[in-house]
Design a protein around this ligand. Structure first.
Ligand code: FPP
Length: 259
């Protein structure tokens, strides 16, 4: 998906929407996205699934830029789950190659735009080459101030939670922590997202009503936005639309609002 031509009706629509959300209420500090539907998008075109993933990479580029433009602080994208290792080896290799291509193509642009990239997930399950590429990107973009982009790769939320529990147990055994000191804040501080506020808004494309082992702890109070749009078709206008809808939700965090 390319950027709309400046001055065209599409760029006007997008900048009107951007203006509307910027003045219309709170911008979610953290937006998390389950990018789904690449395979179906490709099937609709009688093309292989990897064709859909490549198109999905273009949508990633557009949405990262849009999130920065909107003033979102943290964007977390679910790029590859631990369960995805079970896909056919050719698809797994294609997805890894695509991540490496993304790093090569986007590293300068991401740095130039002030995007700081982090990887969340089990990095040691990646091949040395993919891992080096991702770590290089993290290094290259360090210090970016406009947007923090978490790429969830080989990510599974249950594993993340188990690892946090294990680290806390180890600290208890070492004698640097007593069980009574473990509270929600300390637990959060042992997750990959320790530096981030919890997501305010979770977007899932392609209409599936599932959370698929994604940020189970962090999403406790997130607003959910499920759209039938397949990920490769998801544009900056869709992101701004989701934020606009979020701004009209009543967030109660389990309480009642004073009347
Ligand atoms: C889910 O669609 C999507 C994925 C498993 C991969 C997501 C990857 C990208 C968007 C491209 C590369 C990412 C980055 C960060 C450069 P699916 O294959 O499950 O689609 P389906 O449900 O229609 O089969």
């Amino acid at each position: 998906m390319t950027n709309p031509v400046p001055g065209s009706i599409f760029s006007r629509m997008s900048s009107d929407l951007l203006q509307q959300i910027r003045t219309g209420g709170e911008i979610p500090r953290h937006v998390a996205i389950i990018m789904d539907g690449n395979g179906r998008w490709a099937r609709q075109r009688n093309r292989p699934r990897t064709f859909g993933h490549r198109a999905g990479m273009r949508a990633v580029r557009e949405v990262v830029e849009a999130a920065a433009d909107a003033g979102v602080e943290v964007l977390t994208l679910y790029a590859f789950s631990q369960e995805n290792w079970g896909r056919p080896p050719a698809e797994v290799s294609a997805l890894m190659a695509l991540l490496e291509l993304y790093v090569r193509r986007e590293r300068e642009d991401l740095r130039g735009k002030g995007v700081e990239v982090h990887m969340i997930g089990e990095a040691d399950q990646l091949s040395p080459r993919t891992r080096r590429a991702m770590e290089g990107l993290v290094e290259h973009t360090r210090g970016g101030k406009r947007l923090r982009l978490n790429l969830a790769i080989s990510y599974g939320s249950r594993t993340e939670i188990v690892n946090a529990a294990r680290r806390l147990a180890e600290r208890v055994l070492e004698g640097t922590l007593v069980p009574g000191e473990i509270d929600e804040a300390l637990f959060s501080a042992h997750l990959y997202t320790a530096r981030d506020p919890d997501p305010d808004l979770l977007i899932r494309t392609s209409g599936e009503m599932r959370v698929s082992n994604f940020m189970l702890w962090q999403l406790a109070y997130a607003e959910l936005h499920v759209t039938p749009v397949l990920w490769p078709d998801f544009t900056r206008e869709h992101l701004f639309g989701a934020i606009h809808e979020y701004q009209h939700r009543e967030r109660r965090f389990g309480r009642v609002l004073a009347s």
